[in-house]
Design a protein around this ligand. Sequence first.
Ligand SMILES: Cc1ncc(COP(=O)(O)O)c(C=O)c1O
Length: 382
Amino acid sequence: MIYLDYAAATPVSKKVVQAMLPYFGENFYNPSAAYGPARQVRADYQEAKHRLAQLIGARPAEIVITPGATESINLALFGVKTPVRGDSAVITTSVEHPAVLECARAIGATILPVDEQGRLNLDDLRKNITDDTQLISVGYANNELGTVQNLKEIAEICRLERFRRAERSLGVPLVLHTDASQAAGYLDVNVARLGVDMMTLNSGKCYGPKGVGLLYVRSGTVLEPIIRGGGQEMGLRSGTENVAGVIGFALALEIAEKKRKSEVKRLEILRDNLEKYITTNGAIINSRAKHRLPNIINFSVDGLDAERVVFGLDQRGIQVATGSACAANKGARSHVLTAVGLTPSQADGSLRISLGRGTTTAQIEKFKPILKEVIENEQKFS
Ligand SMILES: Cc1ncc(COP(=O)(O)O)c(C=O)c1O
């Protein structure tokens, strides 16, 4: 088996599983209960949140634990009070994950185009900000192409806009949110250095358990809950805490941060090696932005039926994706590849290969001829 779909899911590391196990067994208590063992569980939960906060340069009170990135994003987009005053209240880009795009569409946002590498044009952003703009949501690293956005510059644009509003005594807040689901373990996710006001992280993409995420909310940001109930997570996300999940998430992020620099270098070498092989064999590389993740290769062979290639590789014990897993499930054409200007037949002929901690040189060397053979077979029959 060669797993090359780490952008869809990462295996939970053994150490993380070990750290979580006691919270399914002897430490099962509800952290809100008043007795001693429950208080200990509460303390462990708070400690894990503390570590998560530290890892991203935030304060514990700025961390809202959620059941994954999707809900974190929904909270960010619907939680910011956006009276419907036209389409410019929320601005986002055309290459966001559906979790962002579907919320943005429901709100009636401005969805900005990107260039052929998937980058947002900053002049375009500046031009589209109006006095009504309250939220800008730009994904840090794209899940299909790996393109990294210039968040620091975007944060600077927001800072200047806030300054101009203050000078004019205009009380409309402007909040910058980023979906950093694919960034943890590869890019700097320190919120102070990035200058973002809200940030989404996803445990299931950095070798932690699935179904856990967080929303960083800078103190002072006015946010309304979208899920109400017992008042957990400072009232911003009610529901009994997922203690085991958060313990696992904190350790997973800690390990990912420790390994980050060496893992980036290691994966870049593997990626470049595989990419060279793919290019030599006549495919077009779509993931070619200067600033991009070290683990994603997205390429197209015009006219190829990529879904059949995924199936052919699966039969040989190799797992890759066409675009994102969600899009692939629905059999829909990738909105990201369409947004960067690929023709329908190029988009339908594209594969995403994403490397990770378990990827080795031996695996890549084994994968190369199999990929070539499966593509050639598919081309013969199409
Ligand atoms: C960039 C990005 N954002 C959001 C999500 C949604 O994550 P989840 O399904 O875990 O809520 C994903 C998952 O694929 C993602 O890659």
